[in-house]
Design a protein around this ligand. Structure first.
Ligand SMILES: Cc1ncc(COP(=O)(O)O)c(C=O)c1O
Length: 417
């Protein structure tokens, strides 16, 4: 199967899915469903793959894990041990990172529509602030003394992402300082007495090989903007942050993200610019945790309504991506993985909403083997923007999370209301 990966996902001798050598159906039986299961080694391997791709070109880089993708404290601790930094998008994420072992100096906050309460919390906790708006610079003056190190997030005018909701640069986008205002923003930072040490872009989330050329164009634009800023402020910027966004294959048609082309492109462009001593920062989230997690659900209903229905024991309260973005997630029957896909179904969640299906939409049915009630439905690539977007809608609890760690299975978060 296209999603099988050594040491991670495979089909075992009983025709069951196994994750890090643990039978997914046995885990569902022991810990109940719905349940997220993550493989620690896969998280480490994904992080290492990014690090190694950059190390071929430079040592002057840092990887901020975008914790919005999955902020389970145990996962944060794993990545802290790997030497990650943190990209936090709320002061509460920053606090959670600190509680999970990250020193404040390894955390960068990049927010939007940031309130005064947020700013006060960040300043009190000594969190580095990457500024997103002119308003934020003006209001930050009230809470922070002169000499505060800050960076600016700008909008390089082009974006990419797996869905319109996740494109974060270009026209009609709320994030960052537009090109036409960047000069003014730098003036405002200077007049506030802050010390401008970096420039940041994040063009969107979940883009793949075909978007790398657009991304590299924005890298050029950001480098050119940073050079202009350096000339204006009269000192070198300490870092340039190129944001997150590298995607993962969610279906057999998606190609692996070309990490080498991406890392080489950034590193060579920086090396050939006058910013060559600036540290490169990136902020991947999905790439690190996305394929490291699966969601196990129990099939409770198999029935012909006006379409064939497979009913499961979770909904978009547990995994929002299909309903929210129309995202494709590979689904398999965990206890007969290799059976032939013979029939098309609507995979129906248990919330009172017609849009609560795990198909990309209600009309696009999914071909699967004919299941029995009691079978386990596995949703793959659920490690990123899965639990972290979960809610208690319909007053249903959030699911348990498990980590397979060196052969042992740990509950890393219990069922929560
Ligand atoms: C500022 C910022 N950095 C990084 C990311 C991480 O994106 P991804 O998980 O696609 O790598 C996001 C998510 O959209 C973001 O908003």
């Amino acid at each position: 199967m296209w999603w099988e990966k050594k040491g991670h996902l495979k089909v075992n001798d009983e025709n069951h899915l196994s994750i890090a050598d643990h039978d997914a159906c046995a885990l569902a039986g022991e810990y109940g469903t719905p349940v997220y299961v993550y493989n620690k080694q896969r998280i480490i391997d994904n992080f290492s793959a990014i690090r190694n791709a950059f190390r071929k070109h430079t040592d002057n880089f840092r990887i901020h894990y975008a914790m919005k993708a999955n902020s389970n404290p145990e996962i944060l601790r794993i990545l802290h041990k790997q030497g990650a930094y943190i990209d936090a998008v709320s002061p509460y994420e920053a606090k959670l990172a600190i509680d999970s072992g990250f020193p404040a100096e390894r955390i960068m906050f990049t927010g939007t529509s940031v309130s005064n309460t947020d700013l006060k919390m960040l300043v009190n906790d000594d969190i580095f602030i990457n500024i997103d708006s002119m308003s934020q610079i003006k209001r930050l003056r009230k809470f922070a003394g002169k000499g505060l190190n800050v960076s600016l997030r700008w909008n390089p005018g082009m974006g990419a992402g797996h869905h319109g909701h996740t494109i974060t640069a270009g026209k009609h986008i709320k994030f960052g300082i537009p090109e036409s205002k960047l000069d003014l923003a730098v003036d405002e930072v200077i007049s506030a007495g802050f010390n401008l040490v970096g420039l940041h872009q994040h063009i969107g989330s979940g883009w793949l090989a075909e978007d790398v050329p657009v991304f590299l164009d924005t890298v050029d634009k950001t480098i050119a903007a940073a050079v202009k800023i350096q000339d204006k402020i009269g000192h070198d910027l300490e870092f340039i942050d190129f944001g997150g966004g590298p995607g993962i294959p969610y279906s057999a048609d998606d190609k692996e993200f070309p990490l080498d082309i991406y890392a080489k492109g950034i590193c060579e462009k920086i090396a050939s610019s006058t910013l060559k001593d600036a540290q490169i920062a990136i902020e991947p989230g999905r790439y690190i945790v996305g394929d490291a997690g699966v969601l196990l659900l129990e099939i409770n209903t198999v029935e012909e309504k006006n379409v064939p229905i497979i009913g499961v024991d979770a909904g978009f309260n547990t995994l929002a991506r299909p309903s929210f973005y129309g995202s494709y997630h590979e689904m398999i029957i965990g206890n007969h993985v290799l059976s032939k896909n013979t029939k098309e179904y609507m995979i129906a969640g248990n919330l009172c909403e017609s849009g609560d299906v795990f198909n990309e939409n209600r009309e696009t049915l999914r071909k699967l083997p004919v299941p029995r009630e009691g079978d386990i439905l596995v949703i793959l690539n659920a490690g990123a923007y899965g639990y972290s977007m979960a809610s208690t809608y319909n007053s249903r609890p959030k699911p348990r999370e498990l980590l397979v760690d060196e052969g042992k299975v740990k509950i890393i978060r219990d069922v929560e209301w």
